[in-house]
Design a protein around this ligand. Structure first.
Ligand SMILES: Cc1cc2nc3c(=O)[nH]c(=O)nc-3n(C[C@H](O)[C@H](O)[C@H](O)COP(=O)(O)OP(=O)(O)OC[C@H]3O[C@@H](n4cnc5c(N)ncnc54)[C@H](O)[C@@H]3O)c2cc1C
Length: 321
């Protein structure tokens, strides 16, 4: 495979943080093409723990298909409630045992005391998991969030608690379009900074479709003194209707142009998947043209779109030469 390198940042001060490097690096100047001067980006992939045997097989087919791409890490989400939490643990533990991948286990504050959450974190550590995505989480059934009386109230508290347990690498969530319950954009950015100051080393964003919103968010984050990488979360969308419903809850704006792309192909899955690949590839390439060199893919346990987009980005199976 051709060796690819990222263009040297033009004005980045030496020793600059990743965020400063992205923002002082090349700005949009046409789509990047595979060349000697462009390094493939770092990728991470997110999975959810399966509920049934059939879904378990789908997840593992997905993991096996994406494994040769040697992602930076793969993460597994965490639900509210005992059985889904056990599935997260089982999945990350199996990833450690049976694959070459580095797993990150999601962990939330919802519905558990500090002691219970700490126990889960210790079990992760004992199973060889060294990276946690620390989240507040949401209440089941869409009810307004209430901290557990003996629990970690917010993600910041969880990050601080995890720091005391073991030397975990910790990632946290960020919201380019603002968390739905944040009182203001500034309060939300302050919250992100507190999570990073408490010991997280990376933020992963909720998915978004408007790159300008994300890039403005990076500018604001840097102005707020954040230096850790803020990795864009990319959602390749093939089920448009489902995504619109989900976006309403999570405060993600769905631009009208995206709706027009999917008009009239509701019953035509193959065309929808082609459109999805095009939309996501264009999104990541535009971000790459703006200096972003890390991406987190919400795979929904389906590998093909992520695999195709990774390929376009120059990320190829390790075995290929
Ligand atoms: C990358 C990513 C992965 C995710 N994975 C999961 C998962 O595996 N399982 C899951 O259930 N959910 C997951 N979520 C969803 C997440 O749990 C929800 O978005 C949740 O509503 C917020 O979690 P948080 O960690 O961002 O919360 P926090 O950072 O704690 O913030 C939540 C809200 O509370 C506000 N806030 C923070 N501190 C205070 C305070 N002291 N007083 C008052 N308000 C405050 C913030 O401004 C914000 O509006 C994920 C989200 C992302 C982006």
């Amino acid at each position: 495979m051709t060796s690819l390198r990222h263009p040297a940042p033009q004005a980045a001060p030496s020793g600059a943080s990743p965020l400063a490097r992205w923002l002082t690096g090349p700005r949009f100047a046409g789509m990047p093409v595979l060349s000697e001067d462009l390094a493939p980006p770092l990728l991470s992939f997110e999975f959810f723990p399966p509920r049934t045997e059939a879904l378990e097989q789908q997840l593992w087919a997905c993991i096996r298909r994406l494994e040769p791409l040697a992602p930076h890490f793969v993460s597994v989400t965490y639900g509210a409630g005992g059985s889904t939490q056990a599935r997260t643990h089982a999945t990350v533990a199996r990833i450690v045992k049976e694959t070459t991948l580095t797993p990150a286990a999601h962990l939330t504050c919802v519905g558990a005391s500090r002691g219970e959450v700490d126990d889960v974190a210790r079990q992760y550590w004992d199973a060889g998991i060294r990276h946690i995505v620390a989240l507040r989480g949401d209440m089941p059934g869409g009810v307004a969030y209430e901290p557990h009386p003996q629990g970690y109230a917010y993600a910041t508290d969880l990050v601080a608690g995890l720091r005391k347990i073991a030397d975990f690498e910790i990632s946290v969530a960020a919201y380019p379009e603002i968390h739905p319950t944040a009182t203001s954009p500034l309060a939300d950015l302050d919250n992100l900074k507190r999570k990073l100051d408490a010991g997280a080393t990376r933020a992963i964003t909720n998915y978004f479709f408007d790159n300008a919103t994300f890039l403005r968010f990076l500018d604001l984050a840097l102005a707020a003194g954040i230096t850790a990488p803020i990795v864009p979360g990319i959602m390749p969308v093939s089920n448009y209707t489902q995504m619109v419903k989900f976006s309403q809850v999570s405060g993600v704006k769905v631009p009208p142009w995206l709706g027009r792309f999917f008009e009239g192909v509701e019953e035509d899955m193959e065309t929808r998947r082609m459109i999805a690949a095009h939309v996501a590839a264009e999104q990541v390439r535009t971000l790459q043209a703006n200096g972003i060199d890390e991406f987190h893919f919400y795979t929904l346990n389906r590998p093909d779109l992520t695999y195709a987009i990774a390929h376009i980005l120059g990320v190829r199976p390790k075995t290929e030469g």
